[in-house]
Design a protein around this ligand. Structure first.
Ligand SMILES: [Zn+2]
Length: 336
């Protein structure tokens, strides 16, 4: 089904080499599409025999990364996703909205959906309760509403922190943890690379970036024709920052900018859209991502597992990170 590339070399010398390189993985935000895409990506890594030593994730990446790092097998998780319905993570109540607006002047109303269902879903699929007990060291981030700052989570209960990282403002109520309120980490950073890079003696850090990139006017016109285009406008308003590591290629290579020797491999697959909160085409996205990941990484697989020399050559060949999308300080109106 997945057009798998499986490594059949199983002699002891190769096995011992397999443990030599330390690979870390960062999963970006990306909505419902991101949940399926990250799962396809992890499935591909497992099939290619890439051993993950540390993980970090934001928003959709927090959900998939946290559940996987807790010890849930990728097969169990794919099976869960194949049965999921929007009701399991999204429960807006228009009755509650009406009551709150008309009878309470909006008091206490902080989001269209509570996070109760999403939290229950996480508890159901996590193998351990706390970060400290995860099979793979795992980190996530959320925005602290009171202080407006980024908070990196690495201890305590997983479920509330994962849900906090994914709680998009206005769609979900913020999550209360130790008397502080938190919401979507993607408001601050789409992929928390600094959570693991330079901290786990990584040789390679693979960033799987699936947050949406609105390309040009036609893309924006199409988005505005979609149902719930208000949500699209919100998305554009809140999540437009372009991370430092992105290029315009589906795979690119960088050196860690903070001083450790890790090679950063960035993968940005080309994926069809999934509109919030639909899940019907999710498994196609999962399968598609898995195949793209294998195709993109296959030429570098030996380097990723045994020897990063050829990746270092790729870094030297790469043009400097393109910052064209960062030129958002001032743009003058185009009257033509
Ligand atoms: Zn680093």
């Amino acid at each position: 089904m997945y057009g798998v590339v499986v490594d059949k070399r199983d002699d002891m010398s190769v096995q011992s080499k397999l443990t030599k390189l330390r690979v870390g993985v960062v999963l970006s935000s990306g909505g419902v599409r991101g949940v399926y895409a990250h799962t396809g990506f992890l499935l591909a890594l497992e099939k290619m025999g890439v051993n993950v030593k540390a993980m970090a994730g934001c928003s959709a990446g927090a959900v998939v990364g946290g559940i996987y790092a807790s010890g849930t097998s990728i097969q169990e998780w794919v099976a869960a996703l194949s049965k999921i319905t929007p009701k399991q993570f999204w429960s807006p109540s228009f009755l509650r909205m009406g009551y709150s607006f008309f009878f309470r002047k909006g008091r206490g109303y902080s989001g269209m959906s509570s996070t109760r269902m999403a939290m229950a879903f996480c508890y159901q699929h996590l193998k351990v309760k706390k970060f400290e007990d995860c099979k793979i060291p795992f980190y996530t981030l959320a925005k602290n509403l009171l202080h407006g700052c980024k908070t990196l989570f690495e201890r305590g209960e997983l479920a509330p922190r994962i849900v906090a990282s994914a709680a998009a403002p206005l769609l979900y109520e913020p999550v209360q943890i130790n008397n502080e309120l938190y919401c979507d980490g993607a408001l601050l950073e789409l992929s928390p690379t600094d959570a693991i890079c330079c901290k786990h003696q990584l040789d390679i850090l693979i960033i799987h970036h699936v947050a949406r990139h609105n390309k040009g006017n036609i893309g924006i016109k199409q988005l505005l024709q979609q149902p719930w285009s208000l949500i699209e406008v919100l998305n554009m308003l809140l999540y437009q920052q372009r991370p430092w590591y992105l290029s315009d290629d589906p795979i690119s290579f960088r050196q860690c900018p903070c001083g450790c020797d890790a090679i950063i491999v960035v993968i940005e697959p080309d994926l069809p859209e999934i509109l919030w909160p639909a899940t019907d085409s999710g498994l196609k996205v999962l399968d598609n991502t898995s195949q793209q990941t294998m195709k993109l990484l296959e030429p570098y697989l030996d380097s990723i597992r045994y020897d990063k020399t050829s990746l270092i050559k790729e870094v030297k060949k790469s043009p400097a990170s393109s910052n064209s999308d960062l030129e958002c300080g001032i743009r003058y109106e185009n009257l033509n």
